[in-house]
Write a protein that binds this ligand. Structure first.
Ligand code: ATP
Length: 469
């Protein structure tokens, strides 16, 4: 049994290593500041990574903003007035539990250390964690010794300085640790400038920064990342349980659109005693990553906590007036939150396939077509034949106005197919001698089935439009 578990774990981690390597080799994701030895928890997105990332953002924006009448968008700043974070409780409460190994001086998240060693979730219980770490003699994952400091809190917000923040010249500002803050403080601006009516949502995509004690698992836990968040405002009298279920379903649907298999998703509800005092319910949507089931997205009922806190701290009215009854109230809110990098990781893990084919093995990224960084690659059969190149360029120019395309004349056709398979291009179009001498047709090769079809050049755009739907 143990051997089977080890085998599955090794195989999974092996897949993770292969993905990290493919991401670097093929220009998806690079370590941040790599030439200076790297900066932990930061990554760059290469030419294909940035396309994949933008396609995921566009898919989300379409699904939750453009396709819905009841949700509008916002793009707030990263730097918010420091009072925002006082009112929201982040300055005092946005903490993780930190423990240091006295022997090798490495730092760890105490709740993760305890959970990995004992299976217990003691998040938020500092004294209990100190006790368990010492009693169970948990070993340091780096040096193997068991010589620990007490567990203490560590605020995860990055601080920076800014001139003339306010009259009192206070200069410390924070890089936002989540995007939601900007939504709440612009709630009134959105109400006053649009025709939204409760229930309605405000959606935002943007960077967030957290000084994580331990970043890792590639792009899973980062110090700089992006969130896709919605604050969905409802009446305090609304029967929220049904809506809550619907949001969970939509969040899972989005993960499935990325390529996730439904059986790799599960919901984990926060126990009542661990909920913040204002939350009626919080559920994490977890995904089976190679390193175990971990949080992919979250959904929380946050009552009127945020609007009320900002109303009190800013002394501005953040109420809503019901247009039918004239009743004034502070809306409650459901908060579905999505991590962009964790979404990218799910798309990469789900797309990765190794296959035996006639002429050897191939690695193919079977991204949903909507997400593929390049939709069509165009090849002249040979590099040194000007007539072929000219015709292939014409085909490329024709297609590139509709889709993200790539022109490739390097190496033999087999190698070009392998390269496009590894970046997940759904269709490859080859211009050969028959195209120019005989039938004005090209060969279109399908990424997944590897089947090839001859298609007339003047029918090619319609053919691909149909296929890429
Ligand atoms: P975790 O328990 O994994 O630390 P969290 O509960 O702190 O996550 P939230 O505050 O709910 O996360 O953030 C919303 C979403 O943002 C998460 O569901 C996740 O997708 C993403 N996210 C949070 N922290 C990080 C991080 N350090 N790196 C990448 N994505 C993150």
């Amino acid at each position: 049994m143990l051997r089977v578990i080890c085998y599955v774990l090794c195989e999974n981690m092996d897949k993770m290593e292969k993905i990290v390597s493919l991401c670097k080799r093929r220009g998806f994701v690079f370590q941040g500041s790599e030439i200076y030895g790297g900066l932990g928890g930061t990554y760059s997105y290469g030419p294909y990574g940035v396309e994949l990332k933008n396609n995921i953002k566009n898919l989300w924006w379409k699904m939750f903003v453009h396709d819905r009448e009841d949700i509008v968008g916002l793009d707030g700043p990263i730097l918010l007035h420091p009072k925002v974070w006082e009112a929201s409780g982040h300055t005092t409460g946005f903490n993780d539990a930190l423990v240091d190994c006295k022997s090798c001086k490495k730092r760890f998240r105490a709740d993760h250390l305890v959970e990995e060693a004992t299976g217990q979730n003691l998040e938020g219980e500092l004294d209990k964690m100190t006790e368990v770490i010492k009693k169970e003699k948990i070993n340091c994952p780096v040096c193997g010794k068991s010589d620990w400091t007490d567990v203490r809190t560590f605020n995860m917000m990055f601080k920076t300085e800014m001139n003339n923040v306010s009259d009192d010249q206070e200069s410390i500002v924070y890089l936002r640790p989540e995007t939601a803050g900007a939504i709440f403080i612009d709630f009134k601006n959105v109400l006053d400038s649009t025709r939204v009516k409760v229930p309605f949502g405000i959606a935002q995509i943007g960077k967030a920064f957290r000084n994580e004690i331990v970043a890792g698992n590639f792009i899973f836990r980062l110090r700089e990342f992006e969130q896709l968040e919605i604050e969905y405002f409802i009446s305090p009298k609304e029967k929220w349980e049904k809506l809550f279920k619907e949001w969970l379903k939509l969040q899972e649907e989005f993960a499935i659109k990325l390529g996730a298999n439904k059986k790799d998703l599960r919901q984990s509800e926060h126990p009542q005693e661990k909920l913040s005092h204002y939350s009626k319910k919080t559920v994490d949507i977890e995904y089976k990553f190679p390193f175990g089931f971990k949080e992919l997205y979250g959904l929380a009922h946050r009552s009127d906590f945020d609007l009320s806190s900002h109303m009190k701290a800013s002394k501005q009215k953040l109420e809503y007036t019901d247009p039918k009854t004239n009743e004034k109230y502070i809306p409650h809110v459901l908060e579905p939150t999505f991590g962009l990098e964790r979404s990218i990781l799910v798309a990469l893990l789900s797309a990765y396939n190794e296959e035996k084919v006639e002429d050897g093995d191939r690695v193919v990224m079977k991204f949903p077509k909507e997400l593929a960084p390049i939709k069509v690659a165009v090849f002249p059969l040979l590099k040194n034949k000007p007539k072929l190149i000219k015709k292939a360029r014409e085909v490329y120019d024709m297609l590139n106005t509709s889709w993200q395309c790539e022109f490739d004349d390097h190496g033999n056709i087999g190698k070009r197919y392998r390269r496009q398979d590894e970046i997940g291009t759904p269709y490859c179009v080859t211009v050969d001698f028959d195209t120019i001498e005989k039938d004005d047709s090209v060969t279109v090769r399908d990424r997944d089935s590897m089947k090839q079809e001859r298609v007339k050049v003047d029918e090619l755009k319609d053919y691909l439009t149909d296929k890429l739907k």
